[in-house]
Design a protein around this ligand. Structure first.
Ligand SMILES: Nc1ncnc2c1ncn2[C@@H]1O[C@H](COP(=O)(O)OP(=O)(O)OP(=O)(O)O)[C@@H](O)[C@H]1O
Length: 792
C-alpha cells in the first residue's frame, strides 16, 4: 500500500548529535522561504516558471528532476493562493495540469510546518477511482522524492490489517473515499486530529450522489480548521457542497471560464448518427480502418464492455483489444491501465471508470459508443485525449433520438461538435457473425443478453429524458444486432433507487434485484404493502416496463387493457385468453360485482378456482397460505380432462360401453382373440420399424468410423481385437457384423475414472480370480508384497 519517498538520511557525527550547522542552515532557509511567501501577491503577481515561486528546496528539486519547468494556467493561479493557505475551488479543462496545482502546495505547506512522522496525517487527498488515486500517488512520488514525508496509497484491494499497520505513520495519504472511511471507523491508531489539508480531485464526481454519504462521513471525522482544495474539469459552485465541506471564503479559480470552448483547443470533436442496431457495425468498421491508432472506447456498462470485447476478440479486428470496467479485480485493472499507457496502437473498451483524470499518453481517438449521461461526462471522456497541448480526436456516436437533446446540452456547456458521416463504402456488417457466435456459444449469448439488459437499464435510469427516450429506441432490432434470438425481459428500478443502484456495490445490487419491478412511493418512502393477494398475473399487468418486452407479451398486455375498457362481461365472453384476477370486494377496480353480499365484508376475498368452486379467504392465515403457488394448487379443483370428437363434442377420456353395446360386437372370447391378434401385429410392426432405425444408425456410425480411420491411419495397419460371440438374432450376417463393430467401438472407448483394468477381462475369469484364495504370506517379503498391493 504505502511507500515512502526516499528519505534523506540524517547524518550524525561520532558523538551522536546532528550537525548543528546544518540544522541552523535549514532554519535559515525556512525563515527566508516564509519571508518570500509573505511578500507575494497571489492575485497580482504573474509567475511563469516554478523557479519563480517561493518553493522549498526539496519541492523545487523534485519538479526539476521531473522536467516540470513552466506553469500551466491553473497552476499559475492556484499554487500561490494555496501556498498562502486559502481554500480553493479550482476548475480547468482536462489535461491542464490540475494534479500539480494541488500536490505542490501539499508538499510545501507541510514542509513549512516542519511536519514529521510524529505529527501524524497532514494531508488527505481523495480521488473517485482507484486508477486515478494511483496516478496521483505516482506524481507525488516523483515530485516529492527529495522530501522526508511518508506517503501512502489507500485504495482497497489489499488486506485491511496490512494497511492498518502502516496508516498510523503516514503524513500524506492518497485514497478512495470508501476505503478511507473504513479505516477511519476501524483503525484505532489512525490519528487524523492534526490534519492540515483536505484535497478532492474530480470534486464534482466525489460530491455527487454516489459518494455523498461516504464523503459526509469522512468530513465528520476531520478537524474543522483545515485547508480544503477542490479541483475538477467541470465544476459547479454548489453552495450546498461548500457548506458540507465547511470551506472558509474559498477562492474560485476557474481559468477557462472565459474561453470559447470547455474543451482543449487541440481537440477535434465530431459526432455521427448511428441507429442503435448499427452501432457495433460502425464501431467495427471504425476499428478496421484505424488499426495503427490508440483508441479509447466508452460504453455505458461493464457488461457491454465485456460483450463487445469478447465478440470482437473472436472476430479479430487486427488491433490489440483491452477492456476495463469497475468489476474487474484490482490487479487486472492495474495491468490493463499500464498496458494501455505503454502501447502505441491498441483499443481499450472501457466504462466511465477511466473517464476522469486518467492521463494515458498519446491517445489518438476517444470514441463514445454510448451517449454520456450529461455534458460534463462528455467533457471528462474526451479529455482523455488532447492532453497538455497535444492533438486528439473525439467521435460521439448518437442514436437519432438522442441527437437534438445531447447537442443542446453540449452547446449549453460551450462544447462544439461537428457532424460527420460514415463512409458507406467502408461500413462492414458483423450482425451475421454475432448471430452465429451467439448461436454456437451459449455463454456468449448469455453475455449478450446481459449486455442488452444493462444497456436498456442504463438508458432507463438517465435523468435527462430529453436525450434518453427509451420508448423510442428500436430495442428488438438492437437485440437482434447483438446476435440474440429475441429481446430479453427487463425489470426496472425507479427514481433515486436507480441512481443508487448504479453506484452500489455488486452485493447491494444482487440483494436489491429481487423486487425491482415494484413501484416505489413518489416521495421515496416505501409504500405500505397492499393487503390483497397478488397473483402472477397481477404482477405482470402492474409492471412498469411493458414497453420493452417482447411483442408477444406486449400484445397480451394491450389486449387485456382493450378488453377491460370494453367492459368485463364482454371481456370474459369474447377474449380467447382471459386472466382470472384476485377479487377484492373492497377495491374499486375489482372484477366482481361490488353489490354482491359477502360473509365478512371487511376481510373476505373470493378467488375463482380453475374448477367451479370459488375459494373463500376468510382468515389471514389462509390468505398467506394462498400466496404460495404450490399450496394454492392443492386447494384448487383438479379439473377434468376431456377429448373432443370430430364433430366437436366433448367426451371424458375413458368412456365405458354399456353391456348391450359390448355384446353387439360378438362373443367375449372371439373379441379377446381378435384384440390379441391385432395387438401382436401392431407390436411386430413397431419392432420392425425400431430395428430398421437401429440398423440405419449403426451404418452411419460405421461409415463415420471408417472415414475417421482412413483419415488417421492411412497406410498404418490397425490391429483389431474382435471376439465373435454366438448371435441369435433374425438379421443374419449383416447384423452379426454390425454387432461386432459395436463391440469393437465399445472396446476402444477410453476408460472412465471409476473403471479399472479388471473390467477388460471376461466376467467368468474375474469371478474365478476373485474366488481363488491368495496364498498365505510366509516371509517378510511376502508380507511387504501384500502391503504394497493394499496400498496400490
Ligand atoms: N507544468 C507542466 N509542465 C509540463 N507538463 C505538465 C505540467 N503540468 C502538467 N503537465 C502534464 O500534463 C498532463 C495532464 O496533467 P494532469 O493529469 O494534471 O491534468 P488534469 O488537469 O488533472 O486533467 P483531468 O482534468 O483530465 O484530470 C500530464 O501528463 C502532466 O504530466
Amino acid at each position: 500500500m504505502a511507500s515512502r519517498p526516499t528519505k534523506r538520511k540524517r547524518q550524525t557525527p561520532a558523538g551522536g548529535q546532528l550537525y548543528p550547522r546544518k540544522k541552523k542552515k535549514e532554519a535559515e532557509d525556512l525563515e527566508s522561504l516564509n519571508q518570500r511567501l509573505q511578500e507575494i501577491d497571489p492575485n497580482g503577481d504573474e509567475f511563469t516558471a516554478f523557479s519563480e515561486l517561493p518553493l522549498s528546496q526539496p519541492t523545487a528539486s523534485g519538479l526539476e528532476a521531473s522536467h516540470f519547468k513552466t506553469l500551466t494556467d491553473i497552476q499559475k493561479k492556484a499554487i500561490p493562493l494555496a501556498l498562502k493557505g486559502s481554500d480553493i475551488l479550482g476548475a480547468a479543462k482536462t489535461g491542464s495540469g490540475k494534479t500539480l496545482a494541488f500536490l505542490v502546495p501539499v508538499l510545501d505547506n507541510l514542509y513549512r510546518r516542519k511536519w514529521t512522522d510524529l505529527d501524524g496525517l497532514g494531508a488527505l487527498i481523495l480521488s473517485p477511482t482507484r486508477e486515478l488515486a494511483i496516478q496521483i500517488f505516482e506524481v507525488l512520488r516523483k515530485i516529492g522524492r527529495y522530501h522526508t514525508f511518508s506517503a501512502g496509497l489507500v485504495i482497497g484491494g489489499k488486506s485491511l490489517q496490512e494497511e492498518q499497520e502502516r496508516l498510523g505513520r503516514m503524513n500524506i495519504l492518497v485514497c478512495t473515499p470508501g476505503r478511507m472511511l473504513q479505516h477511519m471507523d476501524q483503525t484505532a491508531a489512525f490519528d487524523i486530529d492534526n490534519l492540515q489539508m483536505l484535497v478532492l480531485d474530480e470534486a464534482d464526481r466525489i460530491m455527487d450522489m454516489g459518494f455523498q454519504g461516504t464523503v459526509d462521513a469522512i468530513v465528520e471525522h476531520l478537524p474543522k480548521l483545515r485547508q480544503t482544495l477542490l479541483f475538477s474539469a467541470t465544476q459547479t459552485k454548489k453552495v450546498s457542497d461548500l457548506a458540507r465541506l465547511s470551506l472558509r471564503d474559498p477562492e474560485y479559480v476557474s481559468v477557462h471560464e472565459a474561453a470559447s470552448s470547455a474543451t482543449p483547443s487541440t481537440l477535434q470533436q465530431h459526432y455521427i448518427i448511428t441507429p442503435l442496431p448499427d452501432k457495433l457495425d460502425t464501431l467495427w468498421s471504425f476499428l478496421r480502418s484505424n488499426l495503427k491508432s490508440k483508441i479509447l472506447v466508452f460504453l455505458s456498462s461493464g457488461k457491454q464492455v465485456r460483450y463487445v470485447y469478447e465478440t470482437f476478440r473472436h472476430l479479430q479486428p487486427g488491433i490489440p483489444l483491452l477492456h476495463l470496467h469497475g468489476r474487474q479485480k484490482q490487479s487486472a485493472r492495474l495491468d490493463i491501465t499500464s498496458r494501455f499507457s505503454s502501447t502505441k496502437n491498441s483499443c481499450l473498451l472501457a466504462t466511465d471508470v477511466v473517464a476522469r483524470g486518467l492521463d494515458f499518453p498519446a491517445v489518438d481517438w476517444v470514441i463514445q459508443l454510448d451517449c454520456p449521461e450529461d455534458a460534463d461526462t462528455y467533457i471528462h471522456r474526451v479529455g482523455r485525449t488532447a492532453r497538455y497541448e497535444q492533438n486528439g480526436r473525439a467521435v460521439l456516436f448518437l442514436e437519432p433520438t438522442e441527437e437534438s437533446g445531447m447537442l443542446k446540452r453540449l452547446e449549453q456547456k460551450k462544447v462544439t461538435v461537428e457532424r460527420i458521416n460514415v463512409r458507406q463504402k467502408k461500413q462492414q456488417s458483423i450482425k451475421n457473425q454475432l448471430q452465429n457466435m451467439c448461436f454456437k456459444d451459449p455463454e456468449l449469448k448469455y453475455l449478450g443478453q446481459k449486455a442488452f439488459v444493462s444497456y436498456v437499464r442504463s438508458v432507463h435510469i438517465q435523468k435527462d429524458k430529453e436525450i434518453f427516450k427509451l420508448n423510442e429506441l428500436p430495442l428488438e432490432e438492437f437485440s437482434a444486432s447483438l446476435g440474440l434470438p429475441g429481446a430479453p425481459r427487463i425489470k426496472f428500478v425507479k427514481g433515486d433507487n436507480a441512481k443508487m443502484l448504479k453506484n452500489a456495490s455488486r452485493q447491494a445490487i444482487a440483494s436489491s434485484d429481487d423486487e425491482t419491478d415494484e413501484n416505489p412511493a413518489p416521495d421515496g418512502e416505501s409504500k405500505p404493502k397492499k393487503a390483497s393477494v397478488r397473483t402472477k398475473y397481477d404482477r405482470m399487468f402492474q409492471r412498469t416496463n411493458q414497453d420493452v418486452l417482447t411483442a408477444h407479451y406486449s400484445n397480451l398486455v394491450n389486449n387485456d387493457e382493450g378488453t377491460r375498457a370494453n367492459g368485463n362481461a364482454e371481456a370474459d365472453d369474447g377474449a380467447f385468453l382471459t386472466v382470472k384476477r384476485t377479487i377484492n370486494p373492497d377495491s374499486s377496480d375489482s372484477d366482481s360485482d361490488p353489490n354482491s353480499p359477502s360473509p365478512h365484508p371487511e376481510t373476505v376475498k373470493v378467488i375463482p378456482g380453475l374448477g367451479k368452486t370459488p375459494i373463500v379467504i376468510d382468515s389471514k392465515r389462509k390468505e398467506k397460505l394462498l400466496k404460495s403457488k404450490k399450496k394454492m394448487l392443492k386447494l384448487r379443483d383438479k379439473g377434468t380432462k376431456l377429448v373432443f370428437d370430430d364433430e366437436g363434442h366433448a367426451h371424458p377420456i375413458y368412456e365405458l360401453e354399456t353391456e348391450r353395446q359390448f355384446q353387439d360386437h360378438g362373443p367375449a372370447d372371439a373379441q379377446k382373440a381378435t384384440f390379441l391378434r391385432a395387438e401382436q401385429e401392431r407390436l411386430r410392426d413397431a419392432d420392425g420399424t425400431d430395428k430398421a432405425a437401429a440398423k440405419l444408425k449403426r451404418r452411419e456410425k460405421k461409415a463415420k468410423r471408417r472415414a475417421r480411420e482412413a483419415e488417421e491411419g492411412a497406410g498404418e495397419g490397425v490391429e483389431r481385437r474382435v471376439t465373435l460371440a454366438p448371435y441369435e438374432g433374425e438379421g443374419g450376417m449383416e447384423d452379426l457384423r454390425e454387432a461386432e463393430e459395436d463391440q469393437e467401438v465399445e472396446e476402444k472407448r477410453p476408460k472412465k475414472w471409476f473403471e479399472d483394468d479388471s473390467e477388460d477381462e471376461p466376467k467368468s475369469k474375474r469371478k474365478k480370480k476373485a474366488k481363488e484364495p491368495s496364498p498365505e504370506p510366509e516371509t517378510l517379503l511376502d508380507l511387504e508384497a501384500v502391503a504394497a498391493g493394499l496400498l496400490a
